[in-house]
Design a protein around this ligand. Structure first.
Ligand SMILES: [Zn+2]
Length: 290
């Protein structure tokens, strides 16, 4: 008998999110579906050691064996901890985009637990995962839209740029978790080497507070915006929140050291936007003649 046969009907599609940790020392969020004994758990990124993850999950009242899935945005060490290589994964399925196949293998994942995707898929019954692919270092990063009939979460971190693809994919989610990595002034004033500043700010690194706020405006989430991956050296929670102050959704700031409160994922405000129609050369030619 599967989970969905057991969960009370009214709780079947409720989602809740807690960001256990977010930042360059390790990222891991917990997404739960259902309530009570039959609650199941999906992790978004696994950038903390399995032991640490287990402890933090227990602090929140969840057991490791409730984890069914891990969605991996990308395989940088702060998003996928090498300790998971030797962890007893049992029935946990780890989902990564096909472009990350080699990185997943290098991270020690084998075929039995790894699920590579290149199109939207279901995590549980009535819960769909769609995505956008974005630039970040060489292999790119995946941003997720995780949705049931009652709840809709966008999750985007380590973005080079907040592109139109991102806006389309995450448009109108109920709750949006998005990185707000750095304040440009603190970044420039920091004693970081020039190459690192360039990597971070160069369009395949991270979003500044302002770029994040602009993306939130375009995506236009419903109830809350959760700010992820704040730089400890080049950002301050007050500055990040201030920069997002114009948007009407409530802002929650995640931290490297302390889990956020639990957030009830709000229902979608609007659907994802369709891909733009490709320009048809024949029409273009007709137009050009007139
Ligand atoms: Zn990162």
């Amino acid at each position: 008998m599967g989970l969905m046969d057991q969960a009370p009907a009214e709780n079947r599609t409720k989602l809740r999110l807690c960001v256990l940790a977010s930042g360059s020392s390790g990222n891991c969020s917990v997404l739960t579906i259902g309530e009570g004994l039959t609650t199941r758990v999906c992790l978004i990124d696994a950038g903390l050691s399995p032991r640490r993850t287990r402890t933090l999950l227990a602090d929140q009242g969840y057991r490791f064996d409730q984890v069914d899935h891990i969605l991996v945005t990308h395989f940088d060490r702060d998003h996928f901890h090498l300790g998971w290589q030797s962890a007893k994964l049992d029935s946990i399925r780890i989902h990564a985009h096909v472009d990350h196949a080699f990185a997943a293998k290098r991270a020690g994942l084998t075929g039995t637990n790894l699920r590579l995707f290149d199109e939207p898929f279901d995590l549980w019954e009535k819960l769909t995962v769609s995505f956008a692919r974005l630039a970040h270092d060489s292999l790119g990063v995946t941003a997720f839209r995780i949705e049931t009939t009652d709840a809709s979460l966008g999750y985007a971190t380590d973005l080079g740029r907040a592109t139109d693809d991102l806006t389309r994919a995450l448009h109108g989610v109920g709750t949006l978790a998005i990185e707000s990595n750095y304040c440009p002034r603190l970044q420039m004033d920091s004693n970081r080497p020039a190459f690192l500043k360039k990597r971070i700010m160069g369009g395949s690194g991270h979003l500044s507070n302002q770029e994040s706020a602009d993306a939130v405006k375009r995506i236009d989430p419903g109830a809350h915006t959760v700010l992820l991956h704040l730089s400890r050296q080049c950002n301050l929670p007050e500055i990040a929140v201030d920069t997002h102050a114009n948007h009407t959704s409530q802002t929650v700031v995640s931290s490297q050291f302390e889990p956020t409160d639990w957030i009830d994922i709000a229902p979608r405000r609007a659907d994802a936007l369709p891909e733009p129609e490709p320009i048809q050369p024949s029409l273009f030619a007709t137009k050009a003649r007139t």
